[in-house]
Write a protein that binds this ligand. Structure first.
Ligand code: NAG
Ligand code: NAG
Ligand code: NAG
Ligand code: NAG
Ligand code: NAG
Length: 464
């Protein structure tokens, strides 16, 4: 829309001078050029490939929210694998592979000592997802002593299985791996949904029923807990519940990535079960809830919005990246459950065009803010903002030939169901090798806290 107008506007020359992005999602070339700028600008935050720096991580460590946690870097590598698939641009593949190699840690399961003391189940999952993406995208295994992509994801899975905890809440994963970290009491959606998605992807890639059984178990636990609730005919997936009171109440926050993580897992299971009704219903409920909550009618019904923090402009760096995951996972869902394509693609397309119009800020005139529903730059910028725009604009180019590979459809990553199993399974044993300091503790664990104003904002918005 914008691009066709542009040709007749006298302003056009001026706009391109300021560097604003110009996207016509029906043109592969237009998307290629826009996403190439977005990826470039995102990678200006990354210096891990420069000599003396640590590959794989973004600026940190995190004592406050002005830095990037380790998990978001893992998420970024996954987004760049998808970017390469969407556009064919291989520029960042060497950095992606170097990062995914460098951060595996001594047990080859993405629990490296520098991060281990703060490790959340969800943090490790985002690195596991990136390894899975490499396998599903057909990136050749590195070879030599280095584990296969699939084995890395299996090692994450093997590390996490023993963390399933039935002593409280009838099951579920705690957010944090280690009891000394803030948030250990919480059983949250992203950790449970993360393990669920990883299980579903491993089941589909390998055909091994054990993973599918776990996917069922975890999904059923979430469904039976207060995390999943139906209200006014829509599925609400809340953020977390507290094991200290046996999960008898729930934090009423809705985040787009909690829908995304479960959506892709359900789509993987739908495909794995050859289109079962059970998983179709789950996909439909998640998609409907996501459409209702994150594509608000107030903004036309097709523009993805993180309602809890964007209107109030108080998203932290984690939250500023969440729409990237919903975008990418909706896109893959449209391939695995093709009947969803007609409802998913218009939402991705409209969001992509809207995102481009929010990428008009900063010194270069094309940095992205968060408020895709506005054409005025919201003044924010960062890795998350770039990643979200990159993901949603790139995702408009997804085609059936990008359906994630499996071992029976051309995937070549080799399976090692025992990967990582010689790692210490009592997690606290880890720290007999890597003792904790109080500084580590202080840095540990951010809470997915939002400012009260945002919650009130959402309530008002729901009431309206
Ligand atoms: C690091 O990667 C960026 C692209 O992400 C590239 O422009 C830069 O040249 C790389 N630096 C080194 C030292 O390889
Ligand atoms: C861990 O931190 C040290 C010190 O900054 C660094 O030299 C090393 O490369 C890091 N390792 C990983 C896997 O990030
Ligand atoms: C804790 O919750 C689980 C699942 O809802 C329930 O089965 C169990 O009986 C509860 N335990 C206590 C002590 O209330
Ligand atoms: C799905 O179909 C494949 C191929 O026809 C078959 O081998 C497999 O057992 C089926 N899976 C389920 C869960 O029905
Ligand atoms: C399937 O996965 C489970 C769990 O990792 C493993 O114990 C089992 O050996 C695997 N089966 C096959 C045939 O690979």
């Amino acid at each position: 829309m914008w691009s066709s107008l542009r040709n007749i506007l006298p302003l056009a020359g001026l706009l391109s001078m300021t560097g604003a992005l110009d996207v016509d999602v029906s043109s592969a070339d237009s998307v290629k050029s826009a996403t190439s700028s977005l990826a470039y600008d995102m990678m200006t935050y990354y210096s891990g490939n420069e000599s003396g720096n640590v590959p794989g991580i973004l600026p940190g460590p995190c004592a406050d929210i002005s830095c990037y946690y380790w998990w978001e870097a893992g998420a970024m590598w996954g987004a760049l694998i998808n970017y390469w698939q969407y556009t064919g641009d291989e520029s960042y593949q060497p950095s992606v592979i170097e990062a995914l190699k460098f951060q595996i840690g001594p047990d080859k399961n993405y629990n490296p000592p520098n991060q281990s003391k703060n490790m959340g189940v969800d943090d490790q999952d985002f690195w596991g997802f990136a390894a899975m993406e490499a396998a599903e995208a057909g990136i050749p295994d590195v070879g030599g002593d280095f584990p296969s992509w699939l084995a890395l994801a299996q090692a994450v899975w093997n590390f996490q299985v023993p963390l399933w905890e039935t002593g409280t809440c009838g099951g579920g994963f705690r957010w944090q791996v280690y009891s000394f970290n803030a948030g250990y009491n919480l059983k949250n959606t992203i950790s449970n949904g993360g393990f669920f998605q990883l299980s579903a992807r491993l089941a589909r890639y390998t055909g091994n029923q054990t993973y599918a059984d776990w996917a069922d178990t975890v999904y059923e636990w979430m469904e039976g807990s207060l995390l999943f609730q139906e209200q006014d005919g829509h599925l609400y997936i809340w953020d977390n519940t507290d094991a200290n009171n046996n999960c008898s109440d729930v934090e009423h926050y809705v985040w787009s990535y909690n829908y995304g993580v479960n959506l892709l897992g359900a789509a993987m299971m739908y495909d794995f079960t050859n289109g079962s009704d059970k998983w179709k219903t789950r996909i439909d409920n998640i998609l409907d809830g996501a459409a209702f909550l994150f594509f608000p009618a107030d903004y036309g019904g097709n523009i993805m919005t993180e309602m809890l923090c964007e209107p109030a402009s108080n998203c932290n760096n984690d939250q500023s990246s969440f729409k990237a995951y919903l975008s990418r996972w909706m896109a893959v869902t449209s391939l695995l459950a093709p009947y969803t394509k007609d409802s998913i693609m218009p939402k991705l397309q409209a969001s992509a065009e809207a995102a481009a119009k929010q990428c008009v800020g900063g010194n270069n005139g094309r940095e992205c803010g968060r408020q895709w529903y506005s054409t005025t730059w919201d003044g924010s910028k960062g890795v998350g903002q770039q990643m979200c725009a990159l993901a949603v604009i790139g995702a408009t180019q997804i085609t059936q030939d990008m359906i994630p590979l499996t071992l029976t459809t051309g995937g070549t990553s080799s399976s090692n169901p025992d990967a990582g199993n010689d790692a210490p399974h009592n997690p606290e044993d880890e720290f007999k090798r890597n003792p904790i300091t109080s500084g580590d503790r202080a840095g540990a664990a951010i809470l997915t806290i939002v400012i009260i104003g945002a919650v009130i904002g959402l309530c008002v918005w729901i009431v309206l």
